[in-house]
Structure formats: C-alpha cells, structure tokens
Ligand binder design. Structure first.
Ligand code: BEZ
Length: 252
C-alpha cells in the first residue's frame, strides 16, 4: 500500500492545513469507497456550466455517465473531453446523459471548453454536456475521486479519471478508475454501455472483446430448456475437456 500523500506530502511541502481535512485516513485512490455496483448513486446539488443542478433530476429517466478529470487546461484531459464531445451523438443515441467534473470553477470550465472544442474540431464554444465545478472538492471527496498521488501547484489533490455509469433506476452499473497519467478510451466506454444496456434487457453476458452484433453468452443460471425458449435462434455450445456445457453462445 502506498503512503497517503495527502497527509504526508501536502503538509510537508506546504504546511497547508486545508489539505488535512480532505484526507483523514491513509487510503488508495478508490471510486466512491463504500459505493458498490447496484447501490443507489448519491443525489447531490452541483454548480455546473449549465447552472445549478440536482443530479437525479438532471438524469431524469435516462442512463447517465459521470466522468471526472484532474484539471482544466491540461493536455490529456483536453484530448479526452474533445473525444467525448465528438462522441456525444453516440451517447445520446443510447439515451445516456453525459456530465463531466473537475476541481475547477465554472469560469475556468467555460474558458477551457473553448480550447477543447477548437482542439476537437467541433463547432461552437460550448461542450455538448455540462461540467461540474467542484472547486471546493466536496463532491470529489464524497465520491472518492481524489487521487492522492496527483497534487496541484497549491498542494491539493486532483481528481482521478473516474467513470460512473448510472442506470435509469439511479443505481450504479459500472465504475472504472484511471490515474491522471492514463487517458481513457471513450470507444471502450461506449462498448461497455452497449453491453450494460443489452444485459439489462436480456439474460445474456458479453464475452471478451465483444462488440454489438457479435454472439453473446447465455448466462450460467439459465437451464437448457429456458435457454431454448428464450433464444429460438439457437444456442451454440463450445466443447471443453470437462464435458460441462457452460460455454453457450447465442445471437441476441
Ligand atoms: C493531463 O490531463 O494531461 C494531466 C493532468 C494531471 C496530471 C497528469 C496529466
């Protein structure tokens, strides 16, 4: 386990007492400690580039994706948000409301959005999704998004690259966490959303490297008879040395 730099590095370098209250315990960066898949995602009020929102109201009956980035006007974040902006019609097609977050102000977000849009070759100064201004880091602390290994020039921790996908029932369907130095792959995030939405509807699971249109797998809890009824197009079984019929593929 690495040392918690929020109590060591921050106070040693700057002697900044504000930081100590952000990190009461030594810990790893972890997305929402205590928030498990299937838990209701916390509702919260936030200041954003489209004004004040209440998160659950913002989501409505849609799926949602909340993704954090470490800091405005930073290179990797700029490439990520430009890609997210370019792919926003794909998220919309899937009924997924997008919202980003970083520990900067609304004013910074507006200024940076212009850079992101220009870099991405997108039209207009505004991103097609809001960015939460968590300049007090309250939400980042609540959701466990701060990365103790990434510190800004004032000695304060930055947000890691968290991704939360929330279902229409407001429950957490997926969380992934990347360090600041590794940009995410938004095509992969769309692929995962396709899997989440498919497997929420049908009794299937998606195998390695699955893409929409590929075969899927019949979930292990379905009996042969149930599988035959649910998948009239047929179930293909892969032979394995154990002789057990658990590798069952079908076309959804
Ligand atoms: C970036 O977005 O480029 C970045 C931000 C914080 C630390 C490292 C990279």
């Amino acid at each position: 386990m690495r040392m918690c730099c929020r109590s060591v590095r921050v106070s040693t370098v700057l002697g900044h007492s504000r930081c100590l209250s952000l990190a009461p315990e030594p810990q790893h960066a972890a997305a929402m400690p205590g928030l498990l898949l299937g838990d209701e995602f916390p509702n919260f009020d936030a200041n954003t580039t489209i004004g004040k929102i209440q998160f659950h109201e913002f989501l409505g009956d849609s799926w949602g994706i909340l993704f954090s980035h470490p800091k405005d006007f930073t290179p990797v974040c700029t490439t990520e948000l430009a890609r997210a902006a370019k792919l926003s019609p794909e998220f919309e097609k899937r009924g997924v409301k997008m919202i980003a977050l970083s520990v900067d102000s609304v004013e910074d977000h507006h200024g940076w959005s212009k850079d992101v849009m220009a870099y991405g070759g997108c039209t207009g100064p505004a991103l097609p999704f809001p960015i939460i201004a968590d300049d007090k880091r309250e939400l980042s602390v609540k959701l466990g998004m701060l990365d103790p290994d990434e510190i800004d020039k004032d000695g304060l921790p930055l947000t890691a690259r968290c991704v939360f996908v929330i279902g229409p029932d407001k429950r957490l369907k997926l969380s992934i966490l990347y360090p600041a130095t590794t940009g995410r792959n938004f095509d992969e995030i769309l692929r995962v959303i396709d899997s989440l939405q498919l497997t929420a509807q049908k009794k299937v699971a998606t195998p390695v490297d699955w893409k929409p249109g590929h075969e899927v797998m019949v979930i292990p809890t379905l009996s042969e008879a149930e599988a035959a009824t649910l998948f009239p197009s047929g179930v293909r079984k892969a032979d394995v040395p154990s002789g057990k019929n658990y590798l069952r593929f079908t076309k959804p």
